[in-house]
Design a binder for this molecule. Sequence first.
Ligand SMILES: NC(=O)c1ccc[n+]([C@@H]2O[C@H](COP(=O)([O-])OP(=O)(O)OC[C@H]3O[C@@H](n4cnc5c(N)ncnc54)[C@H](O)[C@@H]3O)[C@@H](O)[C@H]2O)c1
Length: 278
Amino acid sequence: MSHDLLSGKKGIIFGALDEKSIAWKIASKAHEEGARFTLSNTPVALRFGELDKLAEKCGSEIILADATSVADLTTVFEQSIKFLGGKIDFVLHSVAMSMNVRKHRDYDDLDYDYFQKTIDISALSFHKMLQVAKKLDAINNWGSVLALTYIAAQRTLVGYNDMADAKALLESITRSFGYIYGREKQVRINTISQSPTRTTAGSGIKGMDGLMDFTDRMSPLGNATADECADFSIVLFSDLSRKITMQNIYHDGGFSSMAMSMRAMAQYNKCLDEEKIL
Ligand SMILES: NC(=O)c1ccc[n+]([C@@H]2O[C@H](COP(=O)([O-])OP(=O)(O)OC[C@H]3O[C@@H](n4cnc5c(N)ncnc54)[C@H](O)[C@@H]3O)[C@@H](O)[C@H]2O)c1
């Protein structure tokens, strides 16, 4: 059900690859809520994903860009303003990639060229987006910028690897840039720390099925789905959250405040029983 929360708003959504992508769900919801926006991703993503389907559904233009390239990002903001007929009200950064994760390099055996790419794609790209937008004065006062992050930025999680460091930097950039952009233009910048979610990027995490079962058992409200993440993102893009900035907001069914739950304990005890039998 639409509430017209983004009626008249113009945005840019980075990182929708296919129907599983969190950015895809956010774009679909933003469209339902009355927003107009452009979509950006890499040429490879366009070739292997389904971005053109989403663009057609939402009446969006696709602007190809590598999020690590300042020149490409400049083009995205300039073309978006042209296509949408005015400055931008919201931006979604839903971009991440680690070659170390893809190539199964352990955290104590990292390839440093890959590590630098992880940081550039998954964190510095956010700073580059913000700096480009601010220099072009591309975002309206009280605009809202959002990036997606994960609790591995705060707590060590087996298999999340160098992405944990990238997410920690992403959240720090959110605070540092949020201060400056808020002070000068009332632009707010936040991250949503989402539950594990089955997407192309999510599937790269070691032991994803076990992780999702564990976090679901640990969370009083269960894992948050991509659709629920989209609902919350709409609120953060809307005028209903005008004084929220520089925050990392957990959207995880309560997982981040838990240490042990009844459901997780029940499962853990089963393993102990099995060990006793053996
Ligand atoms: N899936 C999860 O469990 C989960 C949990 C918390 C946070 N997140 C975060 O959500 C965001 C979206 O991921 P997702 O799970 O929807 O997976 P996804 O694979 O659908 O999205 C990742 C996107 O990053 C894009 N990308 C990679 N390199 C790029 C580059 N150089 N330039 C521009 N775009 C590039 C990909 O093309 C893809 O569209 C990521 O930041 C991810 O870390 C995901």
